[in-house]
Design a protein around this ligand. Structure first.
Ligand code: HDD
Length: 751
């Protein structure tokens, strides 16, 4: 049967449509030999391990990429096979006794396919289930050999390959990106000294001080167990019940209720190592250190109404944003900064540096830039890389060590432990994305899914039968910092841990007016979803210890009287060193002023001024902006003067919340059509309310009036212009570089 002949019906899979004969002689497809398994290995073996790149990656070369090359599979030009490499003749039909007869148990092709499918899913992460990741490198810009032996900081210009995963915390794997939540910021450095994982968040503090409380915290924030709601949200009774009983959470709540919890993009948020870690230099001297990732594009956020709308329009908003930026060659970058201080300095602070609910204000220890992180390659396969990557707070390398932070102690245990059930056994370090570039030799053996084929009969140390190998590295290996310890075994916390409000107050005091308003309305919104009045009351009582203004605004938002302040754990709290720390405001990091990768909508309809459209589009694209022509429907649109423009998005498929700004160009008939289209007016109203940059040109200005948007000379983000379209572009780009225009906000929103 010539299956390629045009006479073959469309659905060649339906044998009955063209007879039994055809079913016995299935379409041959393009035949090609299966790959030679000796040439392109698809599994790890000890032999290959010796071929690992063992040394620093050359500048510009991502050594981690080379490592993954050995396991990449590509079916181009290949025939379909079973997992045993047997070529499959027919992938459409099960083996049957007669065309209408029963399927046969001996159909190993069908059974292997279905069995594998049945086991495709693995358990999702208990927290941080939803994530997106990318490859890249860390480049040392300032060697830190006086402070640490850690390989990535050994010399200026040295590049260390990394894999970075961003995540939300509470939502399940298929939940939305723009939930109000903490974002994970986990970096795996593949160094020649072994893997170092800096498993941080986009907020520098945490909810609790001791790992003992972590399961309680997570049970409180996750969907309530009786009905499994709400998904990816902290706005429910159990979360607020728990945190209102845990005043140590208050500082973190300030961050969580701020716009930090609804970032515009993974590319535009800070990252923090959170805990105080240790640097150790070659002389064995130690300094304490905190890690900060600062995005080159600046820290930018959404507003709540926008985040809600984005989650409906594109639940993958952050994932898509990261993917598209890297795909387009605009990989994001962060500067790594370190705060370094001595134990003696830490002793003098009014707070305890072992308390993960506290920051070290930058006024006490400056953030010194030491390197940059560049993400430049998307994963090839989401499951193999993003899902199977296993970060672990215990993965450190010589030159780094832990402190006695009791939250960190629990993390050192938890991460490896969780992978054992998530990834099905103790050999997850052999999964390619987790395998270090440094070679691995030890006497650990066997277990589920072992890949390495260990040779010889010796799996113990000391030994003489294998020449003593692998041998202890002594001082060349990881040597724990010999921190002296003393004290009785007891359960409790140090005195300074009992002060819970100073830094929450510092955070609030360091915000601009509009940031404070957003914090108050976030508290009011979340607590309005709490059904137990006593929980609301207890939370507002706690906020009175942060700032009376905040407690009052939240109480107003909830229509309740101001309760008495919650009694504090200590009557006479230590005086904080600083009352205001400007670095805590989102506005402290506007970024490099670039508008590249920002998304702008140009509204088009029949009769639009095509000259204006191309003049403004060209200018924006020239500045690196991503431009979409948004029409009443997608497809060609007849513009003024018989020209055509092509709408590549529609008012329905890409609503306003997905853009950073919008332009309504001139053209009388277009303005008339859009004025009569409620969706176009809604588009502009939303953009206005979300503080975005807007421009009306010529007749396009009429749309703003129709949408009820008042002209306001003082609003730098609302440009209503006439004249040569090209001349308006610089003004628009300048306004766009300011990201948002929150000064136009009123409460309640006037538009
Ligand atoms: Fe955690 C995942 C960050 C406290 C236990 N955590 C996880 C991830 C990030 C963080 C970014 C996702 C990693 C990835 O992308 O795969 N976690 C933090 C930070 C914390 C923190 C910044 C406080 C400073 N975590 C914390 C504690 C515990 C855990 C106190 C337990 C005692 N975290 C886990 C975990 C997870 C995890 C259960 C879930 C999946 C995984 O580890 O791989 O082990």
């Amino acid at each position: 049967v010539d299956a390629t002949a045009s006479a073959i019906p469309h659905n060649t899979g339906k044998a009955v449509e063209y007879g039994a004969e055809a079913a016995r002689c299935p379409y041959a497809g393009t035949a090609a030999r299966a790959p030679d398994s000796s040439a392109g290995a698809s599994t790890l073996s000890e032999g290959e391990a010796s071929g690992k790149t063992n040394g620093p990656a050359a500048p510009g070369v991502n050594a981690a990429g080379g490592r993954l090359e050995r396991v990449r599979a590509d079916a181009t030009g290949q025939a379909l096979t079973t997992n045993q490499g047997v070529r499959v003749s027919d992938n459409q039909h099960s083996l049957k006794a007669g065309l209408r007869g029963p399927a046969l148990l001996k159909d190993f092709v069908l059974r292997e396919k279905i069995t594998h499918f049945d086991h495709e899913r693995i358990p999702e992460r208990i927290v941080h289930a939803r994530g997106s990741a990318a490859h890249g490198y860390f480049e040392c810009l300032r060697p830190l050999t006086d402070l640490t032996m850690a390989a990535p900081f050994a010399e200026k210009g040295k590049r260390t390959p990394v894999f970075v995963r961003f995540s939300t915390v509470a939502g399940e794997r298929g939940s939305k990106d723009t939930a109000r939540d903490v974002r994970g910021f986990a970096v795996k450095f593949y160094t020649e000294e072994g893997n170092w994982d800096l498993v941080g968040n986009n907020m520098p503090v945490f909810f609790i001080q001791d790992a003992m409380k972590f399961p309680d915290l997570v049970h409180a924030v996750k969907p309530e167990p009786h009905h499994g709601m709400p998904q990816a949200a902290s706005a429910h009774d159990t979360f607020w019940d728990f945190v209102s009983l845990m005043p140590e959470s208050t500082h973190m709540l300030m961050w969580l209720m701020s716009d930090r919890a609804i970032p515009r993009s993974f590319r535009m948020m800070q990252g923090f190592g959170v805990h105080t870690f240790r640097f150790v230099n070659a002389a064995g001297e130690s300094r304490l250190v905190k890690f900060h990732w600062n995005p080159v594009l600046g820290t930018h956020s959404q507003v709540w109404d926008e985040a809600v709308k984005v989650s409906g329009a594109d639940p993958d908003f952050h994932r898509r944003d990261l993917w598209e930026a890297i795909d387009a060659g605009n990989g994001p970058q962060w500067e790594l900064g370190v705060q370094v201080f001595t134990e003696e300095e830490a002793e003098r602070f009014s707070f305890d540096v072992l308390d993960a609910t506290k920051i070290v204000p930058e006024e006490l220890a400056p953030v010194v830039p030491v390197g940059r992180l560049v993400l430049d390659r998307n994963p090839d396969n989401f499951f193999a890389e993003t899902e199977q990557v296993a970060f672990c707070a215990a993965h450190v390398i010589p030159g780094l060590d832990f402190t006695n932070d009791p939250l960190l102690a629990g993390r050192i245990h938890s991460y490896v432990d969780t992978q054992i059930s998530r990834l099905g056994g103790p050999n997850f370090h052999e999964i390619p994305i987790n395998a270090p570039l440094a070679s691995v030799q030890n006497n650990q053996r066997d277990g589920m899914h072992r890949q390495a084929i260990h040779r010889g009969r010796v799996a113990y140390e000391p030994n003489s039968l294998a020449g003593g190998c692998p041998f202890q590295a002594g001082m060349d290996g990881f040597v724990s910092f010999p921190e002296p310890v003393a004290g009785d075994e007891l359960r409790g916390h140090p005195e300074k841990f009992a002060e819970h409000y100073n830094q929450a107050t510092l955070f609030y005091a360091s915000q601009t007016d509009w940031e404070r308003r957003h914090i108050a309305s976030a508290f009011a919104f979340e607590l309005s979803k709490v059904t137990v009045l006593a929980v609301r009351r207890r939370m507002v009582a706690s906020l009175r210890n942060v700032a009376d203004e905040l407690a009052r605004d939240v109480a107003d938002g909830l229509g309740m009287d101001l309760p008495d302040p919650m009694p504090r754990a200590i009557a006479d709290p230590p005086r904080p060193e600083v009352d205001v720390s400007p670095a805590l405001s989102l506005t402290a990091r506007p970024g490099d002023g670039s508008v590249a990768t920002r998304k702008i909508a140009i509204l088009v309809a029949e009769g639009v001024d095509a000259k204006a459209v191309s003049a403004i589009a060209d200018a924006l694209i020239g500045a690196g902006v991503v431009v979409r022509l948004v029409g009443q429907r997608i497809g060609p649109v007849a513009a003024e003067g018989g020209r055509m423009v092509d709408a590549d998005a529609s008012l329905d498929n890409q609503p306003s919340a997905l853009f950073d700004g919008a332009v309504a160009p001139g053209g009388g008939p277009a303005a008339e059509r859009l004025r009569a289209d409620g969706r176009a007016l809604e588009f502009l109203r939303d953009a206005y309310r979300h503080g975005k940059t807007l421009m009306g040109m010529g007749e396009g200005k009429q749309l703003f009036a129709a949408a009820g948007i008042p002209p306001d000379e003082a609003d730098g983000g609302l440009l209503l212009v006439d004249g040569e379209p090209g001349n308006s572009a610089p003004m628009f780009l300048e306004a766009l570089a300011r990201h948002r225009h929150p000064e136009r906000e009123t409460s309640p929103p006037a538009v």
